[in-house]
Design a binder for this molecule. Structure first.
Ligand code: F0G
Length: 461
């Protein structure tokens, strides 16, 4: 008898509790997306069928995490759950000090204010929206030092998240090391398509930074997913555990900002982790102003417990294999159908190449925004624009940034959707791909000042 190929990425869990989904008609969706100004962020969740807007805070918690919620110690000061979280962060990430925050951007706010002096530069391996904004609000200027390959959706490269060391060195030469506040290093670089950074590159960046007395701040938001790619793709790591790889990754940095809402399988939470006692002192003092006392940082005790338990679960190889395997499954099916997506498939999402969908649309007709609206119209699936709207305005010139990548992100929450949901998603994307020729684009009719993609409104052309 022929042996059947093992579906090695099948989910290492079964479903104990379910939440019903609502299907809508095309007429209903035409009305709801118009009311939402053709911005998927402004849709009501009740009008969405499969929600692939983000993997942030949308994860399903385990029975172990829910049990931990009942052990929430809701003391204002010195909650037991804070100490549990601190111990897990030290054990898994390896930093000495912990400051909890309500989510990732709370940590970004603290570190940007502490380390950036107005007029300084902050290089990074591509920007993330909230990270760059906090740097700018603190008086810094972001400089992109990611490798060129990251800006090309079609080039295959195992570590498209890598820093171009020549670009980093060139910045130091141009402005002087004392004008570089620190370098931010993102894991599985979100805006590049969820592309990992290699251990070798992390090590080299840290060496170059340390030589110039520049601190490295690691955005560890999806670092465990990055560790999985290192295990799969980088020589010498195939037999190491995810935990060992994660520890080594973090060892090449001085501090980490963290959105627990991704890797760590919770609905809310984040932290700043540090090795430098003086910076910790300042962060611990400042967190009281913006988030809450340093032993809760804007979180309930139960949220800290769920995150502490999430660290243990998220670092399991079987979990990561199923999580990344699901994304890869959707990506491979779309590639087979000839739909243009960012290659190789990233860790948390599929990124549709909107420029290839709609070559008839110039960038100011918002191809990616249009594509996200078309997908919702077709099936009620909600995705997110990651193109010119997300890139925002250049604070110096007042003009738009014109990113090379004009993408729509189909982001997969962890442990939430089944393979059948994945198939429906593939079918709907394919339908939208086949109807691409008649699409005319959008015009922006309302533009908010900060992070405009969240609340901007559009009309059909
Ligand atoms: N860094 C990265 C790489 C992120 O992807 C996010 C959030 C943050 C920082 C900020 O964390 O939301 O907890 O304040 N990304 C979400 C997303 C919003 O949909 O990609 P936060």
């Amino acid at each position: 008898m022929e042996t059947m190929k093992r579906r090695s990425w099948a989910e290492p869990f079964k479903i104990k509790s379910v939440e019903p989904l609502r299907m809508t008609t095309r007429e209903e969706r035409e009305a709801t997306i118009r009311e939402a100004g053709y911005n998927t962020f402004l849709l009501k969740s009740k009008d969405v069928y499969i929600d692939l807007l983000t993997d942030s805070g949308t994860n399903a918690m385990s029975d172990y995490q829910w049990a931990g919620m009942m052990l929430g110690d809701e003391a204002y000061a010195g909650s037991e759950n804070y100490y549990n979280l601190e111990a897990k962060v030290q054990e898994y990430y390896g930093y000495k000090y912990l400051v909890p925050t309500h989510q990732g951007r709370g940590a970004e706010n603290l570190i940007s204010h502490i380390l950036i002096k107005p007029g300084q530069y902050v290089p990074g391996n591509m920007y993330f929206t909230t990270t760059r904004l906090h740097q700018e609000l603190a008086g810094g200027t972001f400089v992109d030092v990611i490798i060129d390959e990251a800006h090309d959706a079609q080039i295959e490269h195992p570590f498209k998240g890598n820093v171009d060391l020549n670009k980093f060195q060139a910045l130091i030469d141009r402005v002087g090391a004392e004008k570089v506040a620190y370098i931010t290093i993102g894991a599985t670089v979100n805006m590049a398509g969820g592309q990992p950074i290699s251990m070798e590159n992390l090590r080299s960046v840290y060496q170059l930074a340390s030589k110039n007395k520049i601190k490295v701040v690691f955005d560890a938001t999806r670092a465990m997913e990055n560790a999985f790619f290192i295990k799969k793709r980088e020589k010498g790591y195939e037999n190491k555990t995810i935990k060992e790889i994660l520890r080594e990754m973090c060892s090449y940095s001085d501090a980490a900002t963290m959105s627990g809402k991704k890797d760590l399988l919770v609905n809310i939470g984040g932290f700043l982790a540090l090795n430098d006692y003086e910076v910790f002192e300042e962060a611990r003092n400042m967190v009281v102003v913006y988030e809450g006392l340093h032993t809760y940082g804007g979180l309930a005790g139960r949220d800290m417990e769920a995150m502490a338990r999430g660290i243990e679960e998220a670092c399991q190889f079987d979990h990561l294999q199923a999580r990344i395997g699901q994304v890869e499954y959707v990506g491979n099916r779309l590639i087979e159908l000839g739909v243009p997506i960012v290659r190789p498939v990233g860790g948390h999402a599929i990124f549709l190449d909107a420029k290839k969908f709609y070559p008839q649309l110039e960038q100011l007709k918002f191809p990616a925004q249009t594509l996200a609206a078309e997908l919702y119209l077709d099936s009620g699936i909600r995705a997110m624009e990651r193109g010119i709207v997300s890139a925002g305005l250049n604070k110096e010139t007042g003009d738009h940034y014109y990113p090379k990548l004009e993408l729509v992100r189909l982001t997969f929450p962890r442990r939430v959707y089944t393979q059948a949901h994945c198939d429906v998603t593939v079918e709907s994307v394919y339908e939208v791909w086949n109807n691409r020729a008649s699409v005319k684009g959008l015009t922006m009719v309302y533009e908010p000042k900060y992070l405009r993609f969240f609340q901007a409104r559009f009309e059909k052309l």
